[in-house]
Design a protein around this ligand. Sequence first.
Ligand code: ATP
Length: 260
Amino acid sequence: MADGLALHQVGVRFGGLTALDDVSLTVGPGEVVGVIGPNGAGKTTLFNVVCGFVTAHTGTLTLDGRPLRPRPHRLTRLGIARTLQGTGLFAGLTVLENVMAGASHTARTGLLPALLGLPRSDRDERRLREHAHAVLADLGITEYADAAPDTLPFAVRQRVALARALAARPRLLLLDEPAGGLGAEDVDTLAELIRQLPHRATDPCAVLLVEHHMDLVMAVCDRIVVLDFGRVVATGSPEAVREDPAVVDAYLGAAVDEAA
Ligand SMILES: Nc1ncnc2c1ncn2[C@@H]1O[C@H](COP(=O)(O)OP(=O)(O)OP(=O)(O)O)[C@@H](O)[C@H]1O
């Protein structure tokens, strides 16, 4: 069975409403895969299934061929990290501390030794701090290390949220609408960053990107999965998907509905 993440015929219902129906997709190592679709197509539900916020009623998930039953608090231990809509940064912590929190599961000592200030927790903290600094440098935001997140422009906060996710050294990064609230120039910078992720010298990772922003998806994805009414209506390269009549139909239908 293939390496990476795979969803096999996943279905989700909310009461009488079918949010996902028979959805299959894969994200292999080194791939950037995008999920797009009009409003209500099921993108957020799919993201939530992979994060473990929503349980699939039918179908299965696998990671490297092994059954995956995601739980939000256990994702990083599986090598999966995520960013959510908005930045979700801790307001009481500095940028550096937020990024350290992203990697804290790698610390060998638990909370108690840290609170008691035991030597091993000092070593752990120094290691986390150095790693967090390296990730900030990698993303070009070292200058904000000591700042409080809520004093920073939104685009920088987004980047800090990404740094926090990357600090966990994921093999797979899940991005939920990372372009939301960004201007055109910031979207271009983000696109460049996402494209690099699978090719980084240290800790390269695959990406599953759920996103409204078509230009971003077209610019960064190797493969795009198009959802409409909870079903996959097309899968392929950006070029193939752009030309696919089912995709044009899905978006045109949505545009006509909105106009009405
Ligand atoms: N917790 C829930 N309870 C009931 N219905 C839900 C719930 N979450 C989503 N839905 C419904 O499931 C369908 C898919 O919603 P979802 O949010 O996944 O779509 P989406 O593609 O992310 O939409 P958008 O682009 O507007 O964010 C919609 O009809 C939505 O109203």
